[in-house]
Structures are given as structure tokens and as C-alpha cells.
Design a protein around this ligand. Structure first.
Ligand code: ATP
Ligand code: MG
Length: 330
């Protein structure tokens, strides 16, 4: 396993699974939605899906369509997509979760055909809460071992720092605003000093905005991803609700940072101002960085911040950082 190409960075996210690898000196990322829908099994449907190259598996009297195509099928058949993960960890209410994640890994070229060294991201525990992260991490590790891989976990916020903060020698704060969680990590010279997660993220924004507008969460998500921005006017009710819950999420992260630093002993003396890097799909909304910066300016942290910047590729920064960690183990 000396070969660098046999190493991969894996980000098993609530919303998407991303695999990063290094090919001829370049980072390459591939992803699939971490979701599936069940449609009735007929031989006709099975043949057609196969012909069209739609990822699917037979399960009793049903066909499970998974990965990127699941969204279109959910929309066409007015079905709610099922999710192997929820709130950043394996979904306890979804018995097909692990088998589906295994299928998606195969589709991303990280199945059992070749043993690899895998570094995979796991969330931090929520601030002050009992956590299910331990089980999640162990179950994923077991799955990867079954596929023949040698796997170890990396904290998601730290992976963002590995991906984006080489220029500050991996010193700074990395935040991933994902689907199930926001993950925060502060590192000094690549060593994590503190990390935590916040349970308000993209899914929370969707379901909260859906509840107050009497819409389906999937519909709200489509509106959010295609047209929401902080610079726009909130003429429509959905846009207005999205803006409100987006700010709620941002405030929860800023409050979480204050909470983490609330004990003076936790305030590290770093001797220099440090950068904050924002990543994850929820950071893609236009004007997001500016909103976050303003929320920090309104409630400054007890440590000096040099800049607030957006990750180069917010959807794949975690996977890339996990790969950087895997490659560093040479
Ligand atoms: N253009 C966009 N504008 C706003 N939100 C977006 C956009 N694209 C994706 N999102 C949102 O980003 C979230 C998914 O982000 P990401 O892929 O980083 O999450 P994840 O890593 O799968 O989840 P987690 O880390 O919480 O387990 C979803 O809520 C999705 O709706
Ligand atoms: Mg994530």
C-alpha cells in the first residue's frame, strides 16, 4: 500500500458521500447523494434502469434507486428520499443504511476490489451532549475493513483545515456547514485544540422553512440550492423563511464558538491572528461569507481573527483534507 494512488480521502456526509484521490499530482473528487428511493420491482423496470445506467439494487419486492439519480426519482414519483445518515451519523431508523453506503462506495470506486488506505471524516460530538459518534465511527470502520481497507477517522473540521490552511501551517479555525451538522475545529500547527458540532445545518434550514411555509422539505431544498442568496430580496415567503433559519444556523455556530471559549482556560494564546475557513454545501449560498463575518463582528471572539474566507471547493474540502491526512502517513 506504498502507492499514493491507493490512498483515498472519504467524506461520508449526511447529504453526500465524497471520495478524493490523487491522480497524476492533481486532487480529484467524485460524489454521490447519500440517499435512495424504493420503487416497485418489475422485470421491465429492472431492465430499463440497467440499460440507463441508473444505480439500483433489488430488495424483496422493491428496487432501490440510490446515489445522484435518487433525487430525480423522488421528485418524479413524489416520494420522500430515504437517507442512510441523519444529523451527521448513521440513521438509526434506516435498516438499509450500511448496505446502501457500501453500494455507493462501490459506485465511487472505493469498494472491495482493491485494498486501500482510507482516511474518513467523522463529526465532532455536539457541545455538551451525549454522542452517537462513537458507534457511527466504529460501524463505518468495520464496513471499510470488510471491504479490505485500512481505515482511520479524522475529525471533519480538522479535515477542512488540512485541505485549506496549508498557508498558515494548519493553524486556524475550520468550519463545515453541512446537511446534518455544522462541524467546527480549532487547530494549532495541525493539532486540534478543540472541536464541536452544532445540529442546526442544511436539513434543519429545509425542514424549518418547510414547516412555516407549508411546503415539502425537498421542495424547499431545491429552491434554496437554485435561488437563495443573502443579497436577494426576500419577496417570497420561502426565501424569507430560508433567510431566517440560515441566520439561526450562523448564530448557533458563533454562539458555539463563544461557548467553547467561555472558560478563560480554553482561550489559547496563539501569539498571532488566525484565519477562519468556511466550507460545506450550506456555505455556498451567495453572501454567506459576509453574513458570517458580520455575525462575528457583532460578537467578537476572544482570539484575534485575521480573515474569514471561503474554501476553494466547499463541497469537497472535507474529502480533500481526509486525503491530505492519508497521504501524510507515508
Ligand atoms: N448552492 C447551494 N446553496 C445552498 N445550500 C446548498 C447548495 N448546495 C448544497 N447545499 C446544501 O448543503 C448541504 C449539504 O452540504 P454537504 O454536502 O457539505 O453536507 P454533508 O457533508 O453531506 O453533511 P454533514 O457534514 O452534515 O454530514 C445540504 O443541506 C444542501 O441543501
Ligand atoms: Mg460534511
Amino acid at each position: 500500500m506504498k502507492n499514493k494512488s491507493s490512498r483515498i480521502g472519504l467524506d461520508p456526509g449526511t447529504s453526500r458521500i465524497v471520495v478524493a484521490r490523487r491522480v497524476e499530482g492533481e486532487y480529484q473528487c467524485q460524489s454521490h447523494l447519500n440517499a435512495f428511493v424504493a420503487v416497485p420491482l418489475t422485470q421491465m423496470a429492472a431492465r430499463t434502469l440497467k440499460k440507463e445506467g441508473v444505480l439500483h439494487m433489488e430488495q424483496g419486492a422493491e428496487l432501490l434507486v440510490y446515489g445522484n439519480e435518487s433525487e430525480r426519482f423522488a421528485d418524479l414519483f413524489h416520494l420522500e428520499a430515504r437517507r442512510p445518515m441523519r444529523g451527521g451519523v448513521l440513521n438509526p431508523g434506516e435498516p438499509e443504511g450500511i448496505p446502501l453506503i457500501r453500494r455507493i462506495l462501490e459506485a465511487l470506486g472505493a469498494g472491495g476490489d482493491e485494498p486501500r488506505r482510507v482516511c474518513f471524516s467523522v463529526p465532532a460530538s455536539p457541545l455538551g451532549e451525549e454522542s452517537t459518534v462513537t458507534f457511527h465511527e466504529a460501524a463505518l470502520k468495520e464496513l471499510l475493513a470488510e471491504l479490505g481497507h485500512e481505515a482511520r477517522a479524522i475529525n471533519e473540521g480538522l479535515a477542512v483545515i488540512y485541505s485549506e490552511l496549508e498557508d498558515s501551517n494548519y493553524t486556524g479555525i475550520g468550519i463545515s456547514f453541512g446537511g446534518g451538522l455544522c462541524n467546527v475545529c480549532l487547530a494549532y500547527l495541525s493539532a486540534p485544540l478543540l472541536s464541536f458540532s452544532i445540529s442546526k445545518a442544511g436539513d434543519f434550514i429545509d425542514s424549518s422553512a418547510a414547516a412555516v411555509t407549508n411546503e415539502l422539505a425537498t421542495r424547499v431544498r431545491i429552491v434554496k440550492e437554485s435561488s437563495f442568496g443573502f443579497n436577494g430580496h426576500f419577496a417570497e415567503k420561502i426565501q424569507q423563511a430560508l433567510g431566517i433559519y440560515y441566520m439561526d444556523m450562523i448564530q448557533a455556530v458563533v454562539d458555539g464558538l463563544h461557548n467553547a471559549f467561555s472558560n478563560a482556560l480554553n482561550v489559547p494564546k496563539l501569539g498571532r491572528a488566525i484565519p477562519i475557513v468556511l466550507s460545506g454545501g450550506s456555505a455556498l449560498a451567495s453572501g454567506f461569507r459576509e453574513r458570517f463575518e458580520k455575525a462575528l463582528a457583532d460578537r467578537p471572539l476572544p482570539i484575534p481573527i485575521s480573515e474569514v474566507r471561503l474554501a476553494a471547493e466547499p463541497l469537497s474540502a472535507t474529502a480533500k483534507g481526509a486525503l491530505v491526512a492519508a497521504l501524510a502517513e507515508m
